[in-house]
Write a protein of this length. Structure first.
Length: 668
């Protein structure tokens, strides 16, 4: 029994009204004419009769009516209670931790052996279910009483490279309890890492009627050193040299000097000693990354003396290639824009990009598929075959940058993008008649590191009208100056002015160089994804379902990850294990993804015993269980019945009051 709005019980104070009417205001003396009061003695007359309640039935009805009204507004309800449970039956859940840290020693084998012992002690009529958990919970069996099926499921639990999450495990146990409607007896086999605990303790709450038995495979915290992170360039220019930074961490360790090595394609390039403080971190740098052409597999490893050696290396990938080819198409009379664009690329990334700038009349035999991205700088028209091939190139995953000037505006239509270009007024350079940037989308890769456009003067900006575009920058009159649209698997950026220092002075500002560099890296795909993602991350293959070039994926074991349909349709895939994934695209481009286990698994600090005791108690009806677990059955609200009783009481009060009133009139 409970109240959903108990503060409405304050309305019970209104019970004083019937008392005031029936007691304090009941007695009234009728004045009578009398000749003289001089022979009467003045004194106070007290009458017990005046202080007695009369009309007891009417008084009771009025008090009860007010009580019922207050109770109805307070929202009384009764809990439905758990559903029917078969007498004496229970569901035994065996949960085995198979996260990356359980690869230590024979911990996983020990967990499997102890799980088999629990299953051997099942009573007649008991049912059991086996699950494994790391980053995600995996049900190894359905609810079953067959010993053979359950024991085979325990043997099938294999180690993973993912991190564990006790919050996800508790959520899965609550779902199992709600679905089975049986009391749960959960046996947890884990190394009980503190780093696997959720941010809020309420996330660990178990359903009412769930008992938790923890089986720890780790007796105490083991000291461990690990290569925690590595920062390395993903792309090297033609010179093939770069720097690599690494962080080495100690968890529960003493101060030590460790030998660290930089390895590329199995060959040690450099080695040095790093001093790691007690239970701390140290950073070192290798400046001798000399990579050959192509995709290279690198790692930073340490020679430590701890028991857990799997995190003593950190993988990364680096690609050395010839300069990235960029096609810059312009009109024959316009040479300034290509000059500014080339100068910005060479200043920001010397040798990384090779810009080819043919005119629109020299596009015969030129294929956009040979280039990382294409720039159309204020072009009036394009050869029909080239424009058609450019459309296919963009929809298949290519990138296009279009600059709009008077020549392009005269055409009225933007190549590939479609839409239209509205006329715009040219502001004079005299008297500061120009516009400035009013808003920037600083989250976009082209602007994120080049967001200081405050002093740029735009003398002419063309209004582009197209569907499904994302505005990245606006000028003072709210005209978009930079827009983007996804076209199939490709992307199109539109700059609604020119790069020639005529319609604006953007090329003369410091923000122009980083803008051109970041735009080039964004359009060529160099900045997509992270260099070394962790296990469990999702890798995007294409930007639109069912469109784009085919992509074949090989896992760290060299096995194909996608079937025939997936190579052409899948949007991406999950990086499920540590190692190198290779992506081979139909356009000839290859990508190498270095995946590492989450380094939170390297800290073997144990969950405190007090916390474990609290967790085990959440399934026994404690406050956390009441707050953290949803009700197993809906409460039954009684306010309707109380309100109906109040209505009946009001009718009875009216009848009784009318009866008393008629008697009083007759007596008068």
């Amino acid at each position: 029994m409970g109240l959903s709005a108990p503060w409405f019980l304050a309305g019970l104070a209104a019970v004083g009204l019937p008392i005031w009417f029936h007691l304090l205001k009941r007695h009234k003396s009728t004045p009578l004419p009398f000749s003289s009061l001089m022979f009467f003695e003045r004194r106070t007359q007290s009458s017990i009769l005046h202080r007695r309640l009369q009309y007891i039935l009417l008084f009771s009805l009025r008090v009860l009516l007010l009580v019922l009204l207050a109770l109805a507004f307070a929202g009384p309800f009764i809990s439905g209670g758990p559903g029917p449970v078969a007498g004496g039956r229970r569901l035994v859940v065996v949960a085995i931790d198979n996260s990356f840290s359980m690869r230590q020693g024979n911990w996983l084998n020990q967990a499997r052996q102890e799980a088999l012992q629990v299953l051997s002690r099942l009573s007649a009529g008991d049912q059991a279910q086996v699950l494994s958990f790391a980053r995600e919970v995996r049900l190894m069996t359905e609810v079953s009483a067959d010993q053979g099926t359950l024991r085979a499921a325990v043997a099938a639990v294999q180690p993973s490279d993912s991190n564990s999450s006790y919050g996800d495990l508790a959520r899965a146990l609550r779902s199992i309890s709600q679905a089975s409607r049986l009391p749960l007896e959960v046996h947890l086999f884990s190394d009980l890492q503190q780093s696997s605990m959720p941010s809020g303790f309420s996330e660990l709450a178990l359903a009412s009627g769930t008992s938790l038995k923890v089986h720890a495979v780790a007796g105490a915290r083991i000291p461990n050193w690990a290569v925690e992170s590595v920062t390395a360039p993903r792309q090297l220019d033609d010179k093939g040299r770069g720097r690599v930074q690494a962080t080495v961490a100690g968890f529960g360790t003493e101060a030590a000097s460790l030998r660290a090595s930089l390895v590329l394609n199995g060959r040690v390039l450099d080695a040095r000693t790093v001093d790691v403080p007690a239970n701390g971190r140290a950073t070192l740098e290798f400046s001798s990354l000399d990579a050959p052409h192509g995709l290279n597999r690198g790692e930073v490893r340490i020679e430590s003396r701890d028991a857990f050696a799997l995190d003593d290396r950190f993988l990364f990938s680096v690609e050395r290639s010839d300069p990235i080819r960029v096609l810059f198409v312009h009109e024959a009379r316009d040479t300034r824009a290509a000059t500014y664009f080339r100068a910005a690329l060479e200043a920001a990334s010397p040798g990384a990009f090779a810009l080819e700038s043919p005119t629109t009349l020299a596009l015969s035999g030129v294929s956009p598929r040979k280039y990382a991205f294409v720039v159309l700088s204020n072009v009036t028209s394009l050869p029909a075959p080239f424009e058609e091939e450019l459309k296919q190139y963009t929809r298949g995953g290519g990138s296009l940058l279009v600059a709009i000037g008077p020549s392009a505006a005269a055409r009225g239509r933007i190549p590939v993008l479609g839409g239209s270009v509205a006329e715009s007024r040219y502001a004079s350079r005299q008297g500061e008649r120009f516009q400035t940037v009013d808003w920037l989308d600083t989250a976009h890769p082209s602007i994120r590191r080049a967001n200081r456009w405050e002093g740029v003067k735009f003398y002419q900006v063309f209004r582009v009208e197209a569907e499904n575009v994302r505005v990245l920058a606006r000028v003072s009159d709210q005209t978009p100056v930079l827009l983007e649209r996804q076209e199939g698997s490709g992307r199109i950026l539109v700059f609604a002015s020119t790069f020639d220092n005529i319609l604006n002075d953007f090329p003369l500002h410091p923000a122009f160089v980083p803008f051109v560099e970041q735009t080039a890296r964004y359009l060529s795909g160099l900045d997509e994804g992270t260099g070394s993602p962790t296990v469990g991350a999702y890798y995007d293959l294409r930007r639109a379902s069912g469109e784009g070039s085919a992509a074949d994926v090989l896992d760290p074991g060299g096995r194909r990850l996608l079937d025939l349909t997936g190579t052409s349709k899948a949007l991406g895939f999950t990086l499920a294990q540590e190692g190198y994934y290779e992506v081979r695209r139909s356009n000839g481009r290859r990508e190498l993804i270095a995946v590492n286990a989450d380094r939170r698994e390297s800290d073997f600090a144990l969950i405190p015993k007090e916390t474990l005791s609290l967790w085990e108690g959440t399934g026994e009806g404690g406050p956390v269980a009441q707050a953290g677990v949803g009700a197993e059955s809906k409460p039954r609200y009684l306010w309707w019945y109380v309100l109906l009783a109040a209505l009946l009481m009001a009718v009875a009060e009216s009848v009784v009051a009318g009866n008393y009133l008629s008697v009083k009139k007759e007596a008068a």
